[in-house]
Unconditional design. Sequence first.
Length: 239
Amino acid sequence: MKASAIGLTETELNVYKALLRMGSSLAADVIKSAQIHRATAYDVLNRLMEKGLAGYIIKNKKKYYNAATPGRIIEIFEEKKKKLETEEEEIKKSVKELEQIRLLEKKKDIAQIYSGKEGLKAVMQDILADGMDFMVIGGEVKFSDVLPIYTKHWAEAREKKGIYAKILTAKAKKSNWKYNSLKHLPEEYNFPSPTIIYGNKVAVILYEEPITIVSIESRQIADTYMGHFNLLWKTVSKN
């Protein structure tokens, strides 16, 4: 018989067997029969009583220990089983509630406002951190016009990461950089404020003083802008 199978330690099982064999017994007799140290005997007997597998009576001012019927082990198992079933239901309920919170948070679109040159740097760094190709539509002003030195280092970092950019604009000059693919929009489709689409984000840059960037984190919105961009990309010729 494996002690752990019935929720006991080997010492507890030995003491329980000794009580079954001897019937009502003094602690000293239990210690001798179960061959355990006196220092641990009372602790083991107390644990068996807590589990409902032992009890005692007082006779002539002496404490006699006795074992509960083995059927009590089945009762304990059933009690544990019922407790586990209740805990399982509670866990399932908690997981369901947590999943609902996750889904609600997932659905939330996150909008952030950046301001000034530092705000522009933050968006540019975010593009690098995303590490994926990005798209730019519109804009008469480039990063390099506002942050010439910073943009040079940023461009070098972008090249090392192999991040490509597709650019649609009416005003920009032809780009000779191999990591840019540029197409010119007809003049009537010029958008003065550039919109950058990268990862699951869309950033709209307003270059008027102070520089303001509206960044929206939303898979759905990013996919929508990406779809519009790709449609325009197919309709104009490459310069």
